[in-house]
Structure formats: C-alpha cells, structure tokens
Design a protein. Structure first.
Length: 387
C-alpha cells in the first residue's frame, strides 16, 4: 500500500510539473528552439529525441487482420522538456529533465470493444527515452526498436502487441520540407514527417487469445516548442487514410473557439511511387455526417465524414469501425480524445476505392487542459483501462 501511495504521489507531482511548464512558468535554465523553415532532416538521427525542442511525439497506428478478424492499434510516445532551473540544474540522476508519456490502445472491431492504457516515466536511469545509441524509443517495456528490422511492442494486462514493421515507402516530409504550419503565426508550427505505409506482421493478444496478424501501419513523428493557444484554438481533427490503390492521405484541421472562423489546416497526398503533393486548406473539405456521445466524458464526436479533394478526383466516405474509441488520460497527458480505426470507401478519379486508416480528435470533450491525475468531471482516480 505504501508503495502504491508513493507511486501515486510521484505521478501527481510529475504531472504538476508538466502543467506548470505548459502554462508558461518563466524559463531561466533551459532555452528551447523555435520551429522555423529550412530544417534539414537526417535519418536515422531524426527518428530520436530532439531535446532542444520542448514537445515531441511519436505516433504508431495500424489496422491488421487475422483470418478475416479485424483489429486496430495505437502506440504513442510523448516527450515534454522542463525549463525550470530548479529542475534542470538538479544534479540527481532522478531529476526529471524530460518527462515521457505513452498511450497504448487496441480496437477489437468484431466485438466493438476498446482497451487503452497509459504510462508516465521520467527520462532517468533508462526508464524512458528516445536514444540513437540504443536505436529505440521506449517508455518502460513499451518500445519502438530500429534494429535490423523495426519492431513495435507493448503489453498491459490482457492486451499486447509484438509487431514487425517494414517501410514500403520512404519518409514523407509534410508542409514545406517538414515545416508544418499549425496556425497563422510563423512560429506556430512543428517539424513533421511520416512513414505512411508500413507493412506489418506479428502477434496481437487479447486475454487468452493470441492472433497472428498482418496489415498496414502508419508512423508520425513531430517536434516543436509551442502548443495550441488554449484561448483561441479548441482542438484538432487528424486523418490518415491508406487506400488499396497505394495512395495515402493525411489531413488535419485546427478548430477555433470562434465557430464562425474556418478551421486552419493542411495535408499531404502520397502517390504510389512515394512522391507526394502538399495540400493547402482550400484543397479539401471534411464534412461530419454522424455523431456519437460519450457516456464517460460527455463529449460529442463525429464518427463518419465526407472527405472531398475535388482537384484530385477524390470523394470518400470515412466511417469509424465502431463509435467508442475514446481515451481519457488523466494520469499522463490529462487530455480526453478520440483516436480510432476507420474504414474508407469512395472514388479516386474513375476508380472505386476502399481503404482503412485512423482518425484523432481533440477538444470535443472540453477544454484542452493538462490534468492532475483525476477525472475532472468526478474527481475520482480512474482505472487505466476502458472496454
């Protein structure tokens, strides 16, 4: 019991430090770089941590099958850098100069059940990190390893993945050669690249059932020193679609609190040969067509959409594999969001096409604020999983 209390106290204390730095405590000890055009990516070095930037994340999502049974998965890693001199000047090996958070989720599409879990660890004594020497990004035992082949592993309770990933196409640099605008100010941007088609094989476990799976995954990596303006921007919608004709589409919208303003956004159309076309906000329209309301958070999320890129002859219907794919993460990021498997059907020029993908949505269940380890609508400390 004492160990549980200490762990809980540590979780809350470290999350509080994230909150303090996120809302703008003056920085005297560590200066973070601004995102500007002209960054030159170097791989594999840029797969790992960029500690001169404040916020960084690695996203893996995928859709896999086993003898016709369908599953979706998400494994994401986040890094937050501290700039408080009381932290950065602490000589202790346990000093949390960087905090690593992680989310793991599995969508059982046949049974319409959703599991998720979260982790929080400081980057100390090897508990978490993104290290080019070990060629891995990890939080505890959850990891992406870039050995002779890519591997992705996570296990929590009754759920686990152990997957091998092989890039079918090279990295795609979004925006202006990786400089991806996230607002009207030039500094509101991230460096952003993706691997949009990863051949995926391995095992997925749910309870006592272990499934040999195959399919496709998508990897995103972004880093920046700014976050959304909570006074102006409400949240975002992000789409990744993999069509069976070897076309991939990434689209994002940043919604304003002022509903009369057109959401800011952009995207990328990736061609079968791996080349890509940058999409301006005016190149596409995303129209929600149906909604689902969460009993847990009260958030009302779109769960089907019409997506049109008229200049490219693309007209798609996107639909969630099932509605309840919401994550409530008070022990880590403190953000309630929807991220789940979707299916796509429609037209690409003169062809009928179909595919799969993932959609992420934030800001539908309340303001984008960091939590302190409790559910804001009840004050209770939650279990770390949901079905």
């Amino acid at each position: 019991m004492n160990r549980m209390i200490r762990r809980r106290f540590t979780d809350i204390a470290v999350t509080l430090l994230v909150l303090l730095t996120a809302v703008g405590v003056p920085a005297y000890g560590r200066v973070f770089s601004e995102v500007t055009p002209g960054y030159i990516f170097e791989f594999p070095k840029d797969h790992f941590s960029h500690e001169n930037y404040r916020i960084e994340w690695w996203y893996f999502t995928g859709n896999v099958t086993s003898d016709g049974r369908k599953f979706g998965f998400e494994l994401t890693f986040f890094r937050f850098g501290f700039n408080d001199p009381a932290i950065t000047s602490n000589p202790s090996a346990w000093a949390p100069k960087d905090l690593y958070l992680a989310h793991f989720a599995v969508s059982d599409i046949e049974n319409k059940t959703f599991f998720y879990a979260e982790k929080i660890n400081r980057a100390a004594l090897g508990r978490a990190g993104a290290d080019p020497e070990t060629r891995s990004v990890h939080n505890g035992s959850w990891e992406w390893n870039l050995g002779p082949e890519w591997s992705l592993r996570a296990e929590e309770g009754d759920h686990a993945i152990d997957l091998k990933l092989k890039p079918v196409k090279d990295a795609v640099l979004h925006g202006d050669r990786g400089y991806s605008p996230k607002g009207e100010s030039p500094g509101d941007a991230s460096y952003y690249y993706s691997f949009t088609r990863l051949k995926t094989a391995g095992t997925l476990r749910i309870g006592e059932g272990t499934f040999q799976v195959n399919g496709l995954s998508w990897m995103d990596h972004e880093f920046t020193s700014r976050r959304l303006d909570p006074q102006d921007q409400e949240g975002w919608d992000w789409f990744s679609i993999q069509l069976e004709n070897h076309i991939e589409i990434m689209l994002y919208l940043l919604r304003y609190r002022d509903g009369s303003r057109i959401p800011f956004g952009g995207g990328t159309l990736v061609h079968p040969d791996g080349s890509w076309t940058v999409l301006k906000r005016s190149a596409f329209e995303i129209t929600p067509e149906s909604f689902w309301r969460s009993d847990k958070s009260g958030g009302s999320y779109p769960v089907s959409w019409k997506v049109v890129l008229p200049d490219y002859g693309i007209d798609l219907k996107i639909k969630a594999a099932f509605p309840n794919q919401e994550l409530v993460t008070p022990r880590s990021t403190g953000i309630t969001y929807w991220e789940g498997s979707v299916a796509a059907v429609g037209r690409f020029q003169e062809q009928t096409v179909k595919g799969s993908g993932y959609v992420e949505m934030t800001g539908y269940a309340g303001p984008m604020k960091m939590g302190l380890g409790q559910e804001p609508w009840t004050g209770r400390t939650p279990d770390n999983r949901s079905k």
